[in-house]
Ligand binder design. Structure first.
Ligand code: E4P
Length: 216
């Protein structure tokens, strides 16, 4: 399973790269806005693109086909690791098709149903991002959409990869890995929690205490 970080924070990206397990990054307008104190959109993005070897999703903010394509082409020109993130609306779907014929990779975002994911894959999306946490928030079982998309893409031999998004806690990562999702994009806080275990900490303390009794 590939691990992406869902952030625009360069410090979190650097810490995750240093662990040697980071495959890519996803951003969105909200995540970028949290880093505004660090510079302009372009400055924030260029720093991320320079440091991350894998795919980096950058979201368009226009809502009409022609403007979306123009914005996407500008973003795509910033680096060959750029993936264009766009919502699964009627216009968004047309843009996925347009960009895929131009060889620009896309990430269909704000996916809340398997039918949205199906259409995005059919239009040629490289990735689809079901938002599991936001579905859980309204009393639905978000991971069901991931399970369904996994089956649907297998049924029709689609090469579109599933990015499990809106991840809130380690159980989401656990469930996604059992389903066989291609990618999980997670906040840095969730990545940290994947390693945490009180018995590991307790074990280290005990070993270090006992080691003091060893004559060297
Ligand atoms: C996905 O790519 C989005 O950036 C993200 O996962 C949204 O998560 P949220 O629901 O925590 O905002």
């Amino acid at each position: 399973m590939k691990i992406f970080l869902d952030t625009a924070n360069i410090d979190e990206i650097r810490k995750s790269l240093a662990l040697g397990i980071l495959d890519g990054v996803t951003t969105n307008p909200t995540l970028i806005s949290k880093e505004s104190h660090r510079g302009t959109f372009r400055e924030i993005v260029m720093q991320i693109l320079r440091e991350v070897p894998g795919p980096v999703s950058l979201e368009v903010t226009s809502l009409k086909h022609d403007e979306m394509v123009k914005e996407a082409e500008e973003l795509a020109s910033l680096g060959n690791n750029v993936v264009i993130k766009l919502p699964v609306t009627m216009e968004g779907l047309k843009v996925i098709k347009t960009l895929s014929t131009k060889g620009i990779r896309t990430n269909a975002t704000l996916v809340f149903s398997s039918n949205q994911g199906l259409l995005a894959a059919k239009a040629g999306a490289s990735y689809v991002s079901p938002f599991v946490g936001r579905l859980d928030d309204i009393g639905e079982y978000g991971m069901r959409v991931v399970e369904d998309l996994k089956t649907i893409f297998k049924n029709y031999n689609y090469s579109t990869e599933i990015i499990v998004a809106s991840v809130r806690h380690p159980i989401h990562v656990y469930e996604a890995s059992l389903i066989g999702a291609d990618i999980v994009t997670m906040p840095y806080q969730v990545l940290e929690k994947l390693l945490m275990h009180p018995k590991t900490d307790e074990g280290i303390s005990r070993f270090l205490e006992d080691w003091k009794k060893v004559r060297l």
